[in-house]
Design a protein around this ligand. Structure first.
Ligand SMILES: C[S@@+](CC[C@H](N)C(=O)[O-])C[C@H]1O[C@@H](n2cnc3c(N)ncnc32)[C@H](O)[C@@H]1O
Length: 298
């Protein structure tokens, strides 16, 4: 739930997504695409932390891919409820924990065991303190483990859509969040109509395009549109800025980058090298003692 009038309720949008959109094939798509980006066929023997789990479908995917342990958390209680629902759908496995918490809360982070895979897709730019969030999340990656994140791209001007780049979207999101529900719905419909018009003028069948959208991580065109128009706080970074921070400051190695030239998300897969000592910098140092460089992905 939003903490202030200007904060978007991601959890409400995810509840609607689960209620009105989610079907079994979308979970299969989430599984396949998560595994593909990680370069794996399964997660057997690996631990997985899902930061900002949202609908819970990627935690579900990790569990279904055989992860030894899944830990999911989100700052929005409605998102937590969605993820709990997904866990129930999976038969309430004991090796999957779901709780309410923020990646910005050092106390919570310090109590989590470092994981083989730390996954945080489309989350850290919505925390209101993106660089701190990236630092805290990266601190949870074991030596030899992977950090799979996506962050909104920085664009000074989006020629495709004629909005004024990332700063234009920031202004638009603020307008959305300051207004009553009827204005919000009007804005959502306006952007939906623009998408539909774009399909039609390029002679694409809107029904097919909307259905095809599920191929994007198992998501829904409509609920992604609501998230895209309203999702706030909102920060962004170019892939170069991300690389400088994650490699230069945090010592991670970039293994895979799926970049975009739009205002959408760049996806990154970073590796925490085994020879970088993380115990001192990890907020869990002292709580869990020295970390072992084990459980890596082969
Ligand atoms: C766009 S959704 C992404 C959900 C999911 N990771 C996915 O890929 O579908 C962003 C999620 O991040 C959560 N979030 C925002 N700030 C957070 C924070 N400080 N700590 C944990 N989760 C946060 C939101 O509540 C929301 O559920």
């Amino acid at each position: 739930m939003p903490k202030s009038a200007e904060e978007f309720s991601f959890g409400r949008n995810w509840s609607n997504f689960l209620r009105h959109s989610l079907q079994a094939d979308q979970i299969e798509i989430a599984k396949a695409q998560t595994a593909r980006f990680l370069g794996l066929t399964g997660l057997e023997g690996l631990t997985f932390i899902d930061i900002g789990c949202g609908s819970g479908i990627f935690s579900h995917a990790a569990h279904a891919l055989g992860a030894a342990e899944v830990i999911s958390f989100d700052v929005d209680p409605l998102s937590v409820r969605c993820c709990e629902h997904m866990r129930e759908q999976a038969g309430c496995p004991e090796n999957w924990r779901v709780f309410h918490g923020s990646v910005l809360d050092r106390d919570i982070i310090s109590r989590l065991p470092p994981a083989d895979i730390v996954y945080s897709w489309g989350v850290l730019h919505h925390t209101g303190a993106m660089w701190n969030a990236i630092r805290n999340a990266a601190g949870l990656v074991k030596p030899g483990g992977r950090f799979f994140i996506s962050i909104y791209n920085r664009l000074e001007y989006d020629t495709m859509r004629q909005y004024r780049g990332s700063h234009g979207w920031l202004r638009l999101k603020r307008i959305y969040n300051r207004n009553p529900a009827i204005v919000k719905r009007a804005m959502e419909c306006w952007f939906a109509a623009k998408d539909l018009a774009a399909f039609l003028v390029t002679l694409r069948n809107p029904f097919r395009e909307i259905r095809r959208y599920r191929g994007k991580r198992g998501m829904s065109w409509w609920y992604d549109l609501v998230d895209w128009v309203g999702g706030y706080p909102y920060e962004f970074a170019s892939s170069g800025e991300m690389f400088s921070f994650c490699h230069g400051e945090l010592g991670l190695q970039l293994e895979r980058l799926h970049s975009t030239s739009s205002l959408g998300c760049n996806e990154f897969l970073f590796l925490r090298p085994r020879d970088v000592e993380t115990a001192a910098e990890h907020p869990a140092a002292g709580v869990f003692g020295r970390q072992e460089a084990g459980g890596a992905i082969s």
